[in-house]
Design a protein around this ligand. Structure first.
Ligand SMILES: CC(C)(COP(=O)(O)OP(=O)(O)OC[C@H]1O[C@@H](n2cnc3c(N)ncnc32)[C@H](O)[C@@H]1OP(=O)(O)O)[C@@H](O)C(=O)NCCC(=O)NCCS
Length: 321
Protein backbone atom coordinates (compact mmCIF):
# COMPACT_ATOMS: atom_id res chain seq x y z
CA UNK A 1 0.00 0.00 0.00
CA UNK A 2 2.91 2.33 -0.76
CA UNK A 3 0.61 4.76 -2.56
CA UNK A 4 -1.24 5.78 0.62
CA UNK A 5 1.89 6.12 2.73
CA UNK A 6 2.15 9.89 2.88
CA UNK A 7 -1.43 10.53 4.10
CA UNK A 8 -1.12 7.75 6.63
CA UNK A 9 2.22 8.91 7.97
CA UNK A 10 1.01 12.51 8.24
CA UNK A 11 -2.08 11.26 10.10
CA UNK A 12 0.12 9.23 12.46
CA UNK A 13 2.38 12.19 13.17
CA UNK A 14 -0.65 14.36 13.91
CA UNK A 15 -2.17 11.67 16.17
CA UNK A 16 1.11 11.40 18.11
CA UNK A 17 1.19 15.20 18.52
CA UNK A 18 -2.39 15.27 19.85
CA UNK A 19 -1.68 12.37 22.19
CA UNK A 20 1.27 14.22 23.72
CA UNK A 21 -0.87 17.34 24.21
CA UNK A 22 -2.88 15.82 27.09
CA UNK A 23 -3.43 12.72 29.23
CA UNK A 24 -4.61 10.70 26.23
CA UNK A 25 -3.95 7.01 25.75
CA UNK A 26 -5.03 6.65 22.12
CA UNK A 27 -5.70 9.05 19.25
CA UNK A 28 -6.89 8.13 15.77
CA UNK A 29 -7.95 9.79 12.52
CA UNK A 30 -10.65 8.14 10.40
CA UNK A 31 -11.89 8.65 6.86
CA UNK A 32 -15.69 8.93 6.59
CA UNK A 33 -17.30 7.57 3.41
CA UNK A 34 -21.03 7.42 2.51
CA UNK A 35 -21.15 3.89 3.98
CA UNK A 36 -18.29 3.42 6.41
CA UNK A 37 -15.74 4.90 8.78
CA UNK A 38 -12.20 3.66 8.01
CA UNK A 39 -9.08 4.08 10.19
CA UNK A 40 -6.44 6.23 8.50
CA UNK A 41 -3.74 6.49 11.19
CA UNK A 42 -3.35 6.37 14.96
CA UNK A 43 -0.98 6.78 17.90
CA UNK A 44 -1.09 4.84 21.17
CA UNK A 45 0.09 1.27 20.85
CA UNK A 46 -2.41 -1.21 19.51
CA UNK A 47 -4.83 -0.70 16.62
CA UNK A 48 -8.49 -0.46 17.69
CA UNK A 49 -10.84 -3.47 17.72
CA UNK A 50 -12.81 -1.89 14.85
CA UNK A 51 -10.52 -0.35 12.20
CA UNK A 52 -13.65 0.08 10.06
CA UNK A 53 -17.32 0.20 11.00
CA UNK A 54 -20.67 1.37 9.60
CA UNK A 55 -21.08 5.14 9.33
CA UNK A 56 -23.96 5.24 11.81
CA UNK A 57 -22.23 3.24 14.56
CA UNK A 58 -20.93 4.38 17.94
CA UNK A 59 -20.18 7.85 19.21
CA UNK A 60 -18.64 8.50 15.80
CA UNK A 61 -22.04 7.92 14.16
CA UNK A 62 -23.57 10.46 16.57
CA UNK A 63 -20.85 13.04 15.77
CA UNK A 64 -21.34 12.50 12.01
CA UNK A 65 -25.13 12.85 12.30
CA UNK A 66 -24.83 16.08 14.30
CA UNK A 67 -21.82 17.48 12.44
CA UNK A 68 -20.33 18.50 15.79
CA UNK A 69 -18.12 17.09 18.55
CA UNK A 70 -19.56 14.40 20.81
CA UNK A 71 -18.16 13.48 24.24
CA UNK A 72 -18.67 10.51 26.52
CA UNK A 73 -17.00 11.02 29.88
CA UNK A 74 -17.89 7.51 31.06
CA UNK A 75 -17.94 5.06 28.19
CA UNK A 76 -18.69 2.10 30.49
CA UNK A 77 -22.22 3.44 30.98
CA UNK A 78 -22.67 4.89 27.46
CA UNK A 79 -24.43 2.47 25.10
CA UNK A 80 -23.14 4.48 22.12
CA UNK A 81 -19.50 3.53 22.83
CA UNK A 82 -18.28 1.04 20.24
CA UNK A 83 -15.75 -0.73 22.45
CA UNK A 84 -12.38 -0.16 20.84
CA UNK A 85 -10.36 -0.72 24.04
CA UNK A 86 -11.43 -2.17 27.41
CA UNK A 87 -9.16 0.36 29.10
CA UNK A 88 -10.87 3.51 27.81
CA UNK A 89 -12.74 5.70 30.32
CA UNK A 90 -13.67 8.74 28.17
CA UNK A 91 -13.91 9.40 24.44
CA UNK A 92 -14.17 12.53 22.31
CA UNK A 93 -15.08 12.48 18.61
CA UNK A 94 -14.47 15.62 16.55
CA UNK A 95 -15.92 15.58 13.02
CA UNK A 96 -13.85 17.09 10.20
CA UNK A 97 -15.99 18.91 7.62
CA UNK A 98 -15.35 19.89 4.01
CA UNK A 99 -16.30 23.22 2.44
CA UNK A 100 -19.82 21.90 1.71
CA UNK A 101 -20.33 20.92 5.37
CA UNK A 102 -20.03 17.16 4.66
CA UNK A 103 -18.32 15.14 7.39
CA UNK A 104 -15.26 13.66 5.64
CA UNK A 105 -13.17 12.56 8.63
CA UNK A 106 -13.13 12.24 12.40
CA UNK A 107 -10.60 12.75 15.16
CA UNK A 108 -11.05 10.17 17.93
CA UNK A 109 -9.36 10.91 21.27
CA UNK A 110 -9.53 8.32 24.06
CA UNK A 111 -8.48 8.74 27.68
CA UNK A 112 -8.08 6.03 30.33
CA UNK A 113 -9.75 8.15 33.02
CA UNK A 114 -13.36 9.22 33.30
CA UNK A 115 -14.40 12.90 32.95
CA UNK A 116 -11.43 13.68 30.72
CA UNK A 117 -13.11 16.12 28.34
CA UNK A 118 -14.48 19.46 29.55
CA UNK A 119 -15.46 22.35 27.25
CA UNK A 120 -11.82 23.57 27.14
CA UNK A 121 -10.51 20.23 25.83
CA UNK A 122 -13.34 20.01 23.29
CA UNK A 123 -12.55 23.49 22.02
CA UNK A 124 -8.79 23.02 21.80
CA UNK A 125 -8.99 19.57 20.17
CA UNK A 126 -11.62 20.83 17.70
CA UNK A 127 -9.24 23.68 16.86
CA UNK A 128 -6.36 21.25 16.35
CA UNK A 129 -8.45 19.07 14.02
CA UNK A 130 -8.76 22.01 11.59
CA UNK A 131 -5.02 21.79 10.92
CA UNK A 132 -5.41 18.33 9.33
CA UNK A 133 -8.57 19.08 7.32
CA UNK A 134 -6.50 19.27 4.12
CA UNK A 135 -5.69 15.54 4.55
CA UNK A 136 -9.38 14.92 3.87
CA UNK A 137 -10.35 17.75 1.55
CA UNK A 138 -7.32 18.86 -0.50
CA UNK A 139 -7.80 17.39 -3.98
CA UNK A 140 -5.75 18.25 -7.08
CA UNK A 141 -6.31 16.93 -10.59
CA UNK A 142 -3.61 16.51 -13.24
CA UNK A 143 -2.80 14.39 -16.29
CA UNK A 144 -1.97 10.77 -15.38
CA UNK A 145 1.68 9.71 -15.29
CA UNK A 146 3.16 6.23 -15.77
CA UNK A 147 4.20 6.30 -12.09
CA UNK A 148 0.49 6.45 -11.09
CA UNK A 149 -0.22 3.08 -12.68
CA UNK A 150 0.42 0.98 -9.54
CA UNK A 151 -2.11 3.07 -7.60
CA UNK A 152 -4.65 2.81 -10.44
CA UNK A 153 -4.21 -0.98 -10.44
CA UNK A 154 -4.75 -1.08 -6.68
CA UNK A 155 -7.90 1.10 -6.81
CA UNK A 156 -9.35 -0.83 -9.78
CA UNK A 157 -8.50 -4.42 -8.74
CA UNK A 158 -11.49 -5.16 -6.43
CA UNK A 159 -13.95 -4.31 -9.22
CA UNK A 160 -12.55 -6.96 -11.56
CA UNK A 161 -12.64 -10.15 -9.52
CA UNK A 162 -15.05 -9.25 -6.70
CA UNK A 163 -17.84 -7.19 -8.29
CA UNK A 164 -19.69 -6.80 -11.59
CA UNK A 165 -18.82 -3.08 -11.81
CA UNK A 166 -16.16 -3.98 -14.40
CA UNK A 167 -16.67 -6.76 -16.94
CA UNK A 168 -12.97 -7.65 -16.66
CA UNK A 169 -12.45 -10.79 -14.58
CA UNK A 170 -8.74 -10.55 -13.69
CA UNK A 171 -7.08 -7.51 -12.07
CA UNK A 172 -4.65 -5.91 -14.54
CA UNK A 173 -1.06 -5.60 -13.34
CA UNK A 174 0.56 -2.21 -12.80
CA UNK A 175 2.49 -2.76 -16.06
CA UNK A 176 -0.72 -3.41 -17.98
CA UNK A 177 -2.34 -0.35 -16.38
CA UNK A 178 0.68 1.71 -17.39
CA UNK A 179 0.34 0.47 -20.98
CA UNK A 180 -3.36 1.42 -20.93
CA UNK A 181 -2.55 4.92 -19.68
CA UNK A 182 0.06 5.44 -22.42
CA UNK A 183 -2.31 4.10 -25.11
CA UNK A 184 -5.24 6.20 -23.89
CA UNK A 185 -3.25 9.43 -23.72
CA UNK A 186 -2.61 9.25 -27.47
CA UNK A 187 -6.23 10.17 -28.23
CA UNK A 188 -8.08 11.11 -25.01
CA UNK A 189 -7.30 12.34 -21.46
CA UNK A 190 -6.58 10.15 -18.43
CA UNK A 191 -6.63 12.23 -15.25
CA UNK A 192 -5.34 11.56 -11.73
CA UNK A 193 -6.78 13.00 -8.50
CA UNK A 194 -4.29 13.38 -5.66
CA UNK A 195 -4.30 14.30 -1.99
CA UNK A 196 -0.96 14.98 -0.28
CA UNK A 197 0.69 13.44 -3.38
CA UNK A 198 -1.24 10.17 -2.87
CA UNK A 199 -3.35 9.00 -5.80
CA UNK A 200 -6.99 8.95 -4.66
CA UNK A 201 -8.83 8.48 -7.94
CA UNK A 202 -8.75 8.60 -11.71
CA UNK A 203 -11.00 9.22 -14.69
CA UNK A 204 -10.41 8.70 -18.37
CA UNK A 205 -12.07 8.81 -21.76
CA UNK A 206 -11.66 6.38 -24.63
CA UNK A 207 -13.11 5.98 -28.13
CA UNK A 208 -16.79 5.06 -28.04
CA UNK A 209 -16.43 2.87 -31.15
CA UNK A 210 -13.81 2.50 -33.85
CA UNK A 211 -15.75 3.32 -37.05
CA UNK A 212 -14.96 6.77 -38.45
CA UNK A 213 -18.23 8.59 -37.86
CA UNK A 214 -18.04 7.80 -34.14
CA UNK A 215 -14.82 9.76 -33.70
CA UNK A 216 -16.42 12.72 -31.87
CA UNK A 217 -17.88 10.37 -29.21
CA UNK A 218 -16.08 8.99 -26.17
CA UNK A 219 -16.81 6.62 -23.30
CA UNK A 220 -15.84 7.83 -19.84
CA UNK A 221 -15.25 6.15 -16.52
CA UNK A 222 -14.08 7.08 -13.01
CA UNK A 223 -12.73 5.19 -10.02
CA UNK A 224 -12.15 6.72 -6.59
CA UNK A 225 -10.23 5.16 -3.70
CA UNK A 226 -12.70 3.77 -1.17
CA UNK A 227 -11.66 6.12 1.66
CA UNK A 228 -12.25 9.19 -0.58
CA UNK A 229 -15.68 8.36 -1.97
CA UNK A 230 -18.60 10.72 -1.51
CA UNK A 231 -16.55 13.89 -1.11
CA UNK A 232 -16.58 15.30 -4.62
CA UNK A 233 -13.53 13.61 -6.16
CA UNK A 234 -15.55 12.00 -8.97
CA UNK A 235 -17.24 15.35 -9.77
CA UNK A 236 -13.93 17.19 -9.80
CA UNK A 237 -12.31 14.63 -12.10
CA UNK A 238 -15.28 14.73 -14.47
CA UNK A 239 -15.44 18.55 -14.52
CA UNK A 240 -11.78 18.65 -15.61
CA UNK A 241 -12.20 15.75 -18.03
CA UNK A 242 -15.20 17.24 -19.83
CA UNK A 243 -13.52 20.64 -20.12
CA UNK A 244 -10.53 19.08 -21.89
CA UNK A 245 -12.67 16.81 -24.08
CA UNK A 246 -14.76 19.79 -25.19
CA UNK A 247 -11.66 21.83 -26.02
CA UNK A 248 -10.25 18.87 -27.96
CA UNK A 249 -13.41 18.96 -30.09
CA UNK A 250 -15.26 15.88 -28.82
CA UNK A 251 -19.05 16.27 -28.83
CA UNK A 252 -20.63 13.42 -26.93
CA UNK A 253 -19.68 11.44 -23.80
CA UNK A 254 -21.22 8.06 -22.99
CA UNK A 255 -21.03 5.88 -19.87
CA UNK A 256 -22.00 2.24 -19.36
CA UNK A 257 -22.87 1.28 -15.78
CA UNK A 258 -23.51 -2.26 -14.57
CA UNK A 259 -26.66 -2.13 -12.44
CA UNK A 260 -27.09 -1.63 -9.57
CA UNK A 261 -24.51 1.09 -8.85
CA UNK A 262 -26.17 4.00 -7.02
CA UNK A 263 -22.97 6.00 -6.62
CA UNK A 264 -22.05 5.81 -10.30
CA UNK A 265 -25.58 6.59 -11.51
CA UNK A 266 -25.66 9.57 -9.07
CA UNK A 267 -22.27 10.81 -10.27
CA UNK A 268 -23.28 10.68 -13.94
CA UNK A 269 -26.67 12.33 -13.37
CA UNK A 270 -24.98 15.04 -11.28
CA UNK A 271 -22.49 15.53 -14.14
CA UNK A 272 -25.25 16.19 -16.68
CA UNK A 273 -25.74 12.73 -18.23
CA UNK A 274 -29.16 11.57 -19.34
CA UNK A 275 -30.33 7.95 -19.45
CA UNK A 276 -30.23 6.37 -22.93
CA UNK A 277 -31.40 2.85 -22.15
CA UNK A 278 -30.51 -0.44 -20.51
CA UNK A 279 -28.90 -3.47 -22.16
CA UNK A 280 -30.62 -6.32 -20.35
CA UNK A 281 -28.58 -9.44 -19.44
CA UNK A 282 -25.65 -8.22 -21.54
CA UNK A 283 -22.87 -9.79 -19.45
CA UNK A 284 -22.43 -12.88 -17.26
CA UNK A 285 -20.39 -12.15 -14.18
CA UNK A 286 -20.06 -13.77 -10.74
CA UNK A 287 -22.81 -16.27 -11.43
CA UNK A 288 -25.50 -13.93 -12.80
CA UNK A 289 -26.63 -12.11 -15.94
CA UNK A 290 -25.94 -8.38 -15.59
CA UNK A 291 -27.78 -5.33 -16.96
CA UNK A 292 -25.81 -2.31 -18.15
CA UNK A 293 -27.40 1.17 -18.19
CA UNK A 294 -26.09 3.60 -20.79
CA UNK A 295 -26.10 7.34 -20.17
CA UNK A 296 -24.86 10.15 -22.40
CA UNK A 297 -24.36 13.90 -22.46
CA UNK A 298 -23.37 16.59 -24.93
CA UNK A 299 -19.93 18.01 -24.27
CA UNK A 300 -20.73 21.27 -26.02
CA UNK A 301 -24.52 21.76 -25.86
CA UNK A 302 -24.35 25.13 -27.68
CA UNK A 303 -22.67 23.50 -30.67
CA UNK A 304 -24.49 20.15 -30.75
CA UNK A 305 -26.18 20.52 -34.13
CA UNK A 306 -23.36 22.06 -36.18
CA UNK A 307 -20.85 20.02 -38.21
CA UNK A 308 -17.81 19.23 -36.11
CA UNK A 309 -14.17 20.04 -36.72
CA UNK A 310 -11.68 17.19 -36.35
CA UNK A 311 -10.87 16.35 -32.69
CA UNK A 312 -7.33 17.21 -31.61
CA UNK A 313 -5.60 14.06 -30.30
CA UNK A 314 -4.64 14.42 -26.64
CA UNK A 315 -1.01 13.69 -27.55
CA UNK A 316 -0.89 16.97 -29.51
CA UNK A 317 -3.10 18.89 -27.12
CA UNK A 318 -1.29 21.19 -24.68
CA UNK A 319 -3.58 22.19 -21.82
CA UNK A 320 -2.67 20.25 -18.68
CA UNK A 321 -5.28 21.15 -15.99
C1 LIG B 1 -18.80 6.12 -8.69
C2 LIG B 1 -17.67 6.94 -8.08
C3 LIG B 1 -16.57 7.15 -9.12
C4 LIG B 1 -18.25 8.32 -7.66
O1 LIG B 1 -17.19 9.14 -7.20
P1 LIG B 1 -17.30 9.92 -5.82
O2 LIG B 1 -16.10 10.76 -5.67
O3 LIG B 1 -17.61 8.97 -4.74
O4 LIG B 1 -18.59 10.83 -6.10
P2 LIG B 1 -18.81 12.33 -5.68
O5 LIG B 1 -18.50 12.51 -4.24
O6 LIG B 1 -18.12 13.23 -6.65
O7 LIG B 1 -20.38 12.44 -5.87
C5 LIG B 1 -20.99 12.70 -7.12
C6 LIG B 1 -22.50 12.74 -6.91
O8 LIG B 1 -22.96 11.42 -6.61
C7 LIG B 1 -23.61 11.37 -5.35
N1 LIG B 1 -23.16 10.13 -4.68
C8 LIG B 1 -21.89 9.78 -4.40
N2 LIG B 1 -21.88 8.58 -3.79
C9 LIG B 1 -23.17 8.20 -3.68
C10 LIG B 1 -23.77 7.04 -3.15
N3 LIG B 1 -23.03 6.04 -2.58
N4 LIG B 1 -25.13 6.94 -3.23
C11 LIG B 1 -25.87 7.92 -3.80
N5 LIG B 1 -25.32 9.06 -4.32
C12 LIG B 1 -24.00 9.19 -4.26
C13 LIG B 1 -23.12 12.59 -4.61
O9 LIG B 1 -24.07 13.06 -3.68
C14 LIG B 1 -22.87 13.60 -5.72
O10 LIG B 1 -24.06 14.29 -6.10
P3 LIG B 1 -24.14 15.88 -5.86
O11 LIG B 1 -22.94 16.49 -6.56
O12 LIG B 1 -25.45 16.23 -6.47
O13 LIG B 1 -24.06 16.04 -4.37
C15 LIG B 1 -17.09 6.26 -6.80
O14 LIG B 1 -18.12 6.06 -5.88
C16 LIG B 1 -16.39 4.94 -7.10
O15 LIG B 1 -15.19 4.93 -7.36
N6 LIG B 1 -17.16 3.83 -7.04
C17 LIG B 1 -16.60 2.52 -7.28
C18 LIG B 1 -16.15 2.34 -8.74
C19 LIG B 1 -17.28 2.61 -9.72
O16 LIG B 1 -18.40 2.14 -9.55
N7 LIG B 1 -16.94 3.37 -10.77
C20 LIG B 1 -17.87 3.69 -11.82
C21 LIG B 1 -17.85 2.63 -12.85
S1 LIG B 1 -19.20 2.87 -14.03
Amino acid sequence: MASIASRKSRAERFAAFVRRSGPYRWVGLYDVTPEEVILLGFSGGAPPAHPRFPRGAGLTGAAIARGEAVVSNDVATDPRYLTAFDTTGSELIVPILDERGRVVGTLDVESAGRDAFGPGEVESLSGLSVSVASLFTGISVRTARPADAAAFAEIYAPFTDRTAVSFEEEPPTAEEMCARVRRTLQWTPWLTATNESDVVGYAYASKHRDRAAYRWSVDVSAYVRESFRGRGVGRKLYDELFGILRRQGFRRACAGITLPNDASVALHLAAGFEPVGVYRRIGWKLGAWRDVAWLARDLDPDDAGRPPSEPIPFSSYDDDP
